[in-house]
Design a protein around this ligand. Structure first.
Ligand code: ES4
Ligand code: ZN
Length: 326
């Protein structure tokens, strides 16, 4: 049975997705058993209860802990394939996904194993799921820039199948400007540049991501709304902002979905699109995020179509694939 959606479905690009954030509780337990990894959870219900967060750090603690079950190329391939199959059902036709290499290398998993498994799943995705793909390596901003530079150097030496780099993990106190050399190096290699900014960090971090790192897109960016001059700049320059509503509510950046600014941002002329971030942790995939916006914010068909088009336009796509999805 084909899972490739028919031509009637409105095509979306998923542009803000952490592969490690797609690790569903069932798969955590399956991989733990396969690899004889001891977890501090009795059963799947016990693990599910841990998926309640008070802020970004409380989520990151569980996110990094669960990665202990990822050991072999097969584990990374299984995680990635499960995501792609689910994303196809959500209406995703192109997925740009991040992986956190440092989180695995630091645990003794070789970079080669991570890349082998992820690439196996990504490279067969268009055929198997109708979802074209691109991979970004995201660097952990709460670790030193020197380590990120070492890992980027290693990735380049391996001819890793990455199209760009990102910046993620704990934002407060870790400004983009700390990673200027990393982004200079990546730019010199012709890589695309994205960074999380304005999720928990101040509007100034969005400015730094643009002016110091020279990013093509901002992941989140919702705190830019606190600075009117910055909002005007983001509108004028049409900087893509990859917004994740269920994530923002799960991590308490926004109190309730009814208060989420994404549709107001869209109507102010900002270049926003909607994505799922860490869907296994935050209550859903792209379709769940869109359904929540319809239910809680009364998203119209027109708004939904603009979100879809913005996502395709902000994607890293060959001209023929972009044209096919618009
Ligand atoms: C993340 Cl929601 C979020 N923010 C920052 N870093 C992350 N890594 C994975 N998910
Ligand atoms: Zn993210």
């Amino acid at each position: 049975v084909s899972t490739v959606p028919g031509p009637a479905a409105l095509p979306f690009a998923e542009l803000h997705l952490h592969l490690e954030g797609t690790l569903e509780p069932d798969l955590v337990l399956e991989l733990a058993a396969r690899n004889a990894v001891e977890l501090p959870f009795a059963d799947v219900e016990d693990l599910r209860r841990a998926y309640a967060f008070s802020d970004l750090q409380s989520f990151l603690d569980l996110y990094y802990a669960n990665m202990a079950v990822l050991r072999t190329p097969q584990d990374f391939a299984d995680m990635t394939t499960a995501y792609l199959a689910r994303a196809a059902r959500a209406g995703v036709r192109h997925a740009e996904v991040m992986i956190d290499p440092q989180a695995h290398v630091a645990r003794g998993v070789p970079l080669e194993a991570v890349l082998e498994g992820v690439d196996e799943a990504l490279s067969t995705s268009e055929r198997d799921h109708g979802v074209s793909t691109a991979l970004f390596a995201a660097f952990l901003r709460d670790r030193p820039e020197s380590e990120a530079l070492d890992v980027l150097h290693h990735l380049l030496g391996l001819h890793a199948p990455i199209v760009g780099i990102g910046l993620d993990s704990a934002e407060a106190g870790h400004p983009p400007s700390d990673f200027a050399r990393l982004y200079d190096r990546a730019r010199a290699e012709g890589l695309h540049l994205i960074a999380h900014a304005g999720e928990e960090g101040p509007p100034q971090y969005v400015v730094e991501a643009l002016d110091v790192l020279g990013v093509d897109r901002i992941d989140h960016g919702i705190r830019a709304l606190e600075d009117d001059a910055l909002v005007q700049r983001l509108v004028d320059e049409q900087v893509p902002l990859t917004v994740c509503p269920l994530s923002n509510v799960a991590l308490r950046a926004v109190d309730r979905l009814e208060d989420h600014p994404v549709l107001a941002m869209l109507d102010r002329g900002l270049n926003v699109s909607v994505h799922s971030d860490d869907p296994a942790y935050f209550g859903g995939y792209l379709d769940d995020n869109l359904a929540a916006l319809t239910t809680s914010l009364g998203m119209t068909a027109g708004q939904r179509a603009r979100l879809a088009e913005n996502s395709i336009r902000a994607a890293v796509l060959p001209a023929d694939r972009r044209a096919a999805l618009l």
